[in-house]
Design a protein. Structure first.
Length: 86
């Protein structure tokens, strides 16, 4: 779809996958963090990995997949854009 193509064009590194890295990180989170209680600070990808390990949900396009009116991405100010949390 158009959104996927736009994201791919502007942020190709955001959609690349590394199966070895994914599997290692997921195993560490499940065994050490969830299994043994090792403290974990998950930022960005780390918080997404923890969410997936705990069977949470990720949205590729929050605006299209939810009923929110909050603007979650600004391609003109990609690194500087912030929105309030509710």
């Amino acid at each position: 779809d158009d959104v996927t193509q736009e994201v791919c064009a502007k942020h190709a590194s955001d959609i690349e996958t590394d199966d070895t890295k994914d599997s290692l990180e997921m195993r560490l989170i499940k065994e050490k963090v969830l299994g043994e209680g090792v403290p974990y600070l998950g930022l960005c990808r780390g918080s997404q990995m923890l969410n997936v390990a705990m069977e949470g949900t990720l949205y590729f396009d929050v605006a299209a997949e939810t009923r929110t009116t909050v603007r979650h991405i600004d391609y003109e100010n990609y690194d500087g854009h912030r929105h309030p949390l509710s």
